[in-house]
Design a protein around this ligand. Structure first.
Ligand code: ZN
Length: 80
């Protein structure tokens, strides 16, 4: 299960790679409330429906991607 989530996170984070960094998420509004779970980490109420449509993940996952530094693990390639 953990591996599956990790793969989802990697796919999500690939989509997330853009110059705007961690500010890519839509602003929550009355018609677009932040009530959706992150598809990568599973955290609740982290994304708006619009974010989900666009395939984004939450700020925490994005930050994790920005700051990844685990010895022996290269998240940019994928360990298959
Ligand atoms: Zn997340």
């Amino acid at each position: 299960m953990k591996n599956m989530i990790s793969q989802l996170a990697q796919e999500c984070l690939l989509e997330f790679a853009n110059p705007n960094g961690n500010s890519a998420l839509r602003k929550p509004t009355a018609s677009n409330p932040r009530n959706q779970p992150c598809q990568a980490c599973g955290g609740e109420n982290l994304l708006t429906p619009k974010d989900v449509d666009l395939g984004y993940c939450c700020d925490r996952c994005a930050d994790m991607h920005e700051g990844i530094s685990i010895p022996g693990v290269d998240f940019s390639i994928g360990d298959y």
